[in-house]
Design a protein around this ligand. Structure first.
Ligand code: ADP
Ligand code: MG
Length: 249
């Protein structure tokens, strides 16, 4: 047993000659909720993408539950990556549901393809998680027949159906009409209360204060400041943090 769920050590990432992550260190304990905030382009998404193998770090390491997940420049075969990725659920701004599949089929697909579950088992799990996100009545609808908030809840159910150890949310509500944000935040809040380990990038400051055990503020590819939400928002230490908080308040 290991106390840390996610351990990121000196993570650096360059695109060409442009170093956009300049040494990120982050430990997320089991059950902890960490919220990353910061201006657009500050490098909030890239650490999540490295954690989930969507990017390979230029240097540094990522460990999940004590196992190395990402090592610099290591060529990982696709099967290996797919297996490791199931340990981590990720929800993006764009839901990326398959348009020709119903909600139920969307949530079943990866379970069968990657987890090699039977159709019956995948259906049972899909139903369980669609109910959990409040879509019991919408399982047989196609994405085009669902609102943005409902589609994002399908995407959350799809991630949960893989029974991941940790969830990453990258601006999960940023593409939604304002009146649909609440229903998605409620689902995330409920998961948080159940003890899911999670890292969230969000612009919803009120939500960050409520749900976060810790706030990380990034700017220019580094962690400028981090702390408990109360301390962080009421008593920020760095000038850059103060300026940012004033702007988003
Ligand atoms: P944030 O999520 O805070 O908006 P990102 O982590 O997405 O920031 O990106 C940080 C910087 O890295 C941005 O300037 C972005 O343009 C750049 N960047 C991100 N992904 C790529 C890529 N695949 N190729 C080149 N530049 C990228
Ligand atoms: Mg981003």
């Amino acid at each position: 047993m290991c106390d840390a769920m996610i351990e990121v050590r000196d993570l650096r990432k360059s695109f060409g000659s442009n170093e956009i992550l300049k040494g990120i260190n982050m430990t997320v304990k089991k059950g902890e909720k960490v919220v990353i905030i910061g201006p657009s382009g500050s490098g909030k998404s890239t650490p999540l993408r490295c954690i989930n193998f969507l990017e390979i770090p230029t240097s540094g390491t990522v460990k999940i539950d004590g196992h190395y997940f990402a090592k610099p420049n290591e060529k990982l075969n696709e099967k290996h990556v797919a297996a490791l990725r199931t340990e981590i659920g990720m929800v993006f701004q764009r839901f990326n549901l398959f348009p020709t599949m119903t909600a139920l089929e969307n949530v079943m697909a990866a379970q069968m393809k990657i987890r090699k579950k039977s159709k019956e088992a995948a259906r049972e799990t899909a139903e369980k998680y669609l109910k959990k996100v409040g879509l019991a009545e919408r399982m047989n609808y196609y994405p085009s027949q669902l609102s943005g908030g409902q589609q994002q809840r399908v995407a959350i159910a799809r991630a949960l159906a893989m029974e991941p150890k940790t969830m990453l949310f990258d601006e999960a509500t940023s593409a939604l009409d304002p009146e649909l944000v609440g229903e998605v935040l409620n689902v995330i809040r409920e998961l948080a209360e159940e003890g899911m380990t999670m890292v969230l990038v969000t612009h919803e400051m009120k939500f960050a204060k409520e749900v976060g055990d810790r706030i990380i503020f990034m700017d220019g590819g580094i962690i400028v400041e981090e702390g408990h939400p109360k301390e962080f928002f009421h008593n920020p230490k760095e000038e850059r943090t103060k300026t940012f908080i004033k702007k988003v308040d």
